[in-house]
Design a protein around this ligand. Structure first.
Ligand code: MN
Length: 418
């Protein structure tokens, strides 16, 4: 498959990918849906308006909208129809769009001119804790080696309900949170700006079709409900978290901000990168047992960039396939009690760490709570994230001569408000 649109072999957005996003073609333009192709965005509202995106959904206006929710709520066969139609329209051998200069002028927007918006109106946000290595590392630091992995962890995908109001699109500045914390040597808690600001390297998936309250989604049906995935940086204030988390879990140390990447990569695009995950310790209860490969080989990088540095410095390299619990198991578990999941809900993986030091997905683990600072080539070091630092996460699958990429999610930390 080759497109008439020119792009480098290195692009995250070849014709095999076609991730969906919401963008404004110029600052005062109206948001609408598009797909990324090379360095361009193909404006789906233009194609739809010209009657070029016929599909079996009764809805005529799926893309001239400020979110992908309506399109995501349609049947999976509508997703497939639109995807194959777009691949055909972009194919180098199809003259329909290729040779229509006027239409091309209208429908292709240089990515550098566009403003990306939050792609989905997110109803509920759930964050899992599905990396065994991450859970073990954090467990050792917070509770000691003997109690590192709680007794339930290998039996169910541990998670908590996060907050969707503070989910922001890549490029949004993050204000350092203030809160209550208790330094190790203090008798009583203190109030102030978090000193232990951290990132969490995660991936998240968006729900297409939901389930009725009181019903469940089985592990085998689960992927039918997944529209696509984004990169998630689940910012964390470790000092606030450590003091508040017993007995009910994460709260203000987590809910001040979560950043997501703008392009939603579909499971159809990720299909060639399906692979097996870690071997389970033992067989889980029947509702969590699944057949076939449910993991995906997605390479993940984290960089820190600061003023005066010649280039961003890579601090972590991990992989989505390291997760112990799959998305299908997470979704089956989430709904097994009859909880209803709805179109646009975001379910994130939890920090994705591997079994090597460089594959740890948070500063907490990379520096072992500050005990082993990261030494930078310019002589600086980092224990956690400083004011003015930008954290950049990138994700991609490596195919034979092409990549299926997610682009990146970035966020800069600003000083706490006075
Ligand atoms: Mn998290």
């Amino acid at each position: 498959m080759k497109s008439f649109i020119q792009y480098s072999a290195d692009t995250h957005f070849p014709i095999q990918n076609l991730p969906y996003g919401i963008f404004k073609p110029k600052p005062d333009g109206m948001p609408r849906a598009g797909v990324a192709i090379g360095d361009f965005i193909l404006d789906l509202s233009v194609l739809e308006d010209k009657g070029m995106l016929k599909n079996s959904s009764s809805e005529k206006n799926l893309f001239n909208r400020s979110s992908l929710n309506l399109f995501m709520s349609r049947d999976k066969n509508v997703w497939k129809e639109i995807r194959s139609r777009l691949q055909s329209l972009l194919d180098e051998n199809n003259p329909e769009l290729r040779d229509n200069k006027e239409l091309r002028q209208e429908a292709f927007i240089p990515m550098s001119d566009a403003i990306m918006c939050k792609p989905v109106e997110i109803g509920d946000y759930t964050d899992f804790y599905s990396s065994r290595e991450h859970a073990t590392n954090v467990g050792i630091m917070f509770r000691g080696k003997e109690n590192a992995l709680m007794p339930n962890w290998l039996h169910l995908p541990v998670g908590y309900h996060g907050r969707s109001s503070s989910i922001v699109i890549s490029g949004t500045d993050i204000i350092r949170p203030k809160g209550q914390m208790k330094p190790a040597d203090a008798e009583t808690p203190v109030f102030g700006a978090s000193k232990l600001m951290d990132f969490e390297l995660e991936m998240g998936f968006f729900i297409g079709k939901g389930n009725e309250l009181g019903t469940s989604i089985s592990v085998e049906e689960a992927e039918e409900h997944i529209f696509g995935m984004v990169i998630v940086n689940d910012w964390s204030a470790r000092d606030i978290q450590a003091w508040e988390y017993v007995p009910l879990g994460p709260f203000l140390g987590k809910n001040f901000a979560t950043s997501i990447s703008p392009w939603v990569v579909t499971l159809d695009a990720l299909e060639p990168f399906r692979c097996s995950g870690p071997k389970p310790e033992f067989e889980p209860l029947p509702y969590l047992r699944s057949k076939g490969n449910k993991a995906f080989d997605i390479k993940l990088d984290v960089f820190i960039e600061a003023h005066g540095w010649p280039e961003p410095y890579k601090v972590s390299h991990s992989n989505f396939k390291f997760l112990y619990w799959s998305m299908a198991q997470q979704l089956a578990h989430h709904t097994v009690n009859g909880c209803n999941i709805q179109t646009g809900d975001l379910l994130a993986s939890g920090t994705i760490s591997g079994d090597t030091k460089e594959s740890r997905g948070s500063m907490l683990e990379l520096t072992w709570r500050g005990a082993e600072p990261i030494k930078l080539p310019n002589g600086e070091e980092r224990k956690f994230i400083n004011d003015g630092d930008t954290v950049i996460m990138s994700a991609y699958c490596e195919g034979d001569g092409y990549k299926i990429g997610f682009g990146e999610v970035s966020g800069k930390i600003l000083p706490a408000k006075q």
